[in-house]
Design a protein around this ligand. Structure first.
Ligand SMILES: [Ca+2]
Length: 156
């Protein structure tokens, strides 16, 4: 994300609002809000940049190693607990994750080619945002296929 100028700022507090310092980067990661991402390396798919500081703060700027597609946003996980929790009514972080590993088996293979082909080109095929990898956004065309093809046979 940092390469695209994106940073997620994270502040971790306990139940009475006291910042929690020293939470390891490996204990801070992201998941898809609709649970449609296959995380490459599990919780190691994307981690914080550093341990939380004395103010309970850190950032997430890494690339997201995941297959599948979740355009419903992201949610933070700290030490295995989903933050801030859907029960709090807090919206998901508005970041869409789309992988050329469309099927989410952590390998870009012929199954993904078939999935892309089912929605190629759009129009006239119905628009599938999960297949829209490159500009112009809102259409699935040769540019999206080219982006996909660059990663053919890649594994996580
Ligand atoms: Ca496109």
């Amino acid at each position: 994300m940092g390469a695209k100028g994106l940073t997620i700022s994270v502040t971790v507090r306990d139940c009475i609002g006291t910042p929690i310092p020293g939470i390891l980067p490996s204990d801070t990661w992201l998941i898809g809000c609709s649970n449609l991402l296959e995380l490459c390396g599990g919780a190691g798919a994307i981690n914080a940049s550093a341990p939380t500081d004395i103010n309970g703060q850190t950032t997430i700027t890494a690339a997201f190693a995941a297959g599948g597609c979740d355009v419903g946003g992201l949610r933070l996980v700290v030490q295995g607990v989903i933050m801030p929790g859907a029960q709090c009514g807090v919206p998901c972080i508005p970041i869409k994750v789309k992988s050329v590993d469309i099927t989410g088996n952590l390998l870009v293979d012929l199954a993904d080619f078939a999935a892309l082909g089912a929605g190629y080109t759009s129009p006239p095929q119905p628009y599938n945002e999960c297949l829209d990898f490159w500009t112009p956004y809102g259409v699935v065309d040769l540019a999206d296929f080219a982006k996909w093809a660059l990663h053919y046979q890649h594994i996580c």
